[in-house]
Design a protein around this ligand. Structure first.
Ligand SMILES: Nc1nc2c(ncn2[C@@H]2O[C@H](COP(=O)(O)OP(=O)(O)O[C@H]3O[C@H](CO)[C@@H](O)[C@H](O)[C@@H]3O)[C@@H](O)[C@H]2O)c(=O)[nH]1
Length: 267
């Protein structure tokens, strides 16, 4: 079965035309994504254009050895340097700081953070925007592990994960269970990183977030809830990458455990 079938990309087409004058900025962190980048950019552009939305994509590449930056430069030529904004860094400095770096250059009212490898499919973005609008939310997050008790939940799809082996599934489930049980922020997917934020909200949360690696996403959500921001959830189908490799290693798992403990004792 094609995991993308459950929510057709064009379902929400035309939903926001004429009504939505906001600008949407996507921060795309990349490390060795030369095969994925052209297609994800094309799909993002198509999604925004079909919905009549203003957009820009900030590409934060960390000196990828596979030449991702060269591909990004070509895309900027094709789409325009106002649409594809290149903000590379000189070395691999991690996912958390890539978002912080990208945020410095954002000009939109809302910021979408997502992976560049199709784990996060652009077809869900109209659902994020619709949910944000209908409840005037501060944050909308994609969830692979939806709970019916979530206060603001889009009912579009069941969500889930495709393509991970048992070990990766257990790591992800375990990480979410640990953080939700210990920290209770009332959000079903704490480690996911497909999210839409009001720009000032993201700036505020980032200013008080201390971790830098994969644990960053979990800390951001825990801090958001502690600060009283409203969070909606859209069930998403997370599909493991086809091209390239995950950069998640054992050191990240250890730092996640430390992060949960730090938040438990400080927030
Ligand atoms: N600029 C930059 N980008 C990076 C770096 N490390 C990873 N990326 C980019 O960040 C995205 C996700 O990287 P992956 O390494 O493929 O992530 P993953 O293991 O599949 O983890 C995913 O699931 C986790 C939760 O289960 C998430 O926490 C994580 O953010 C991501 O969505 C991709 O676009 C990748 O190119 C880095 O050091 N620097």
């Amino acid at each position: 079965m094609n995991p993308f079938e459950s929510a057709p990309a064009r379902t929400m087409q035309g939903q926001f035309t004429s009504a939505d004058t906001h600008k949407y900025s996507v921060i795309l962190p990349t490390y060795n994504e030369r095969k994925n980048l052209p297609v994800i950019v094309w799909l993002l552009a198509k999604t925004f254009q079909e919905n009549g939305l203003e957009w820009e994509i900030i590409v934060v590449d960390d000196a990828s050895p596979d030449g991702t930056l060269e591909i990004a430069k070509q895309l900027a030529t094709v789409y325009g340097e106002d649409k594809i904004v290149l903000k590379p860094r000189a070395g691999k400095l991690g996912l958390g700081t890539a978002y912080i770096h990208g945020l410095n250059f954002v000009t939109g009212d809302f910021v979408i953070i997502m992976d560049a490898d199709f784990s996060h499919h652009p077809k869900f973005i109209p659902q994020f925007i619709q949910l944000q609008k209908s409840h005037n939310l501060d944050i909308v997050t994609g969830t692979r592990y939806r709970l019916t008790s979530t206060p603001y939940l889009a009912e579009a799809t069941p969500g889930g994960v495709h393509g991970w082996d048992l070990k990766r599934k257990l790591v992800s489930r375990g990480a979410n269970f640990l953080a939700s049980t210990v920290l209770s922020p009332g959000v079903s997917d704490l480690t996911g990183s497909f999210r839409l934020y009001r720009r000032p909200v993201l700036q505020h949360i980032i200013s008080v977030t201390v971790s830098k690696g994969y644990v960053f996403q979990m800390e951001m959500m825990v801090r958001a809830r502690a600060l009283g921001y409203t969070v909606g959830e859209v069930p998403i189908t997370f599909v493991d990458r086809i091209f390239g490799e995950s950069k998640l290693g054992a050191d990240e798992i250890v730092s996640y455990g430390k992060g949960v403990w730090t938040l438990f004792t400080t927030v």
